[in-house]
Design a protein around this ligand. Sequence first.
Ligand code: ATP
Ligand code: MG
Length: 234
Amino acid sequence: MEQQTQQQMPQATQPTQESILQHLDFSEMLNRMPLRRIQEIVGKDAFQEFLLSLPEQTAEELLFDWRSWARPQQLEPPGDNWSIWLYLAGRGSGKTRTGAEWIKEREAKGDARFIALVSQSAADARDVMVEGESGILSVYSENKRPKYEPSKRRLTWKSGAVATIYTAEDPDQLRGPSHDTAWIDEPAAYRNVMDLWSNLMFGLRLGDSKCFASTTPRAIPFIEHVQIVARHIA
Ligand SMILES: Nc1ncnc2c1ncn2[C@@H]1O[C@H](COP(=O)(O)OP(=O)(O)OP(=O)(O)O)[C@@H](O)[C@H]1O
Ligand SMILES: [Mg+2]
């Protein structure tokens, strides 16, 4: 009897990704969930195709809407009762992108006017934090990017906000200047990081100053120290 029923049933065909995509209503999805979730569901290629089908400006707005892409731990901690945000995460998990987007948001709010960008070397700062695939220039559309002057180790926004690049190779450059915002990328990998860190902390004294430290975890005294002083650890 059971066998007979099975024979009469039409064969169910396995849905392909293409057939699923045909039935998805992207606009409905955009109203219901963050872009990150949509891309996870439909896949990168289909999402790209969808973006290409949109007017250029709309596609650009979606691509650069960080609040809709970020995982919760990639967004600035709420409240003002913190001054150091330590982001400890593995390789390729989005640390640098989080730093670049945080600088962008803070500059847009007017909270970042004097910014310190700290890296192992000038080449690292340029290749990762500024020009890298998830560096500061990458999080802006071309016409909104800050002006980058490598020879001056400087980025300047139209608002007048300025970011200066400092390196672990010359920690003394951080003695003197004051900042309201600092982003230090991969400090656990620097030599003499404690000197550099104390210079950076000493200069972080303008207004409601804040520091974002993004790094791959390592069992070293520096990380233990920052874990103690940072109010917020993601
Ligand atoms: N929430 C996100 N949505 C979409 N893309 C993301 C997100 N977070 C990070 N990415 C992308 O993932 C890639 C890796 O990110 P990123 O370079 O920031 O990682 P990382 O942790 O700094 O890597 P590394 O360990 O190599 O320094 C980049 O292309 C970045 O733009
Ligand atoms: Mg990185």
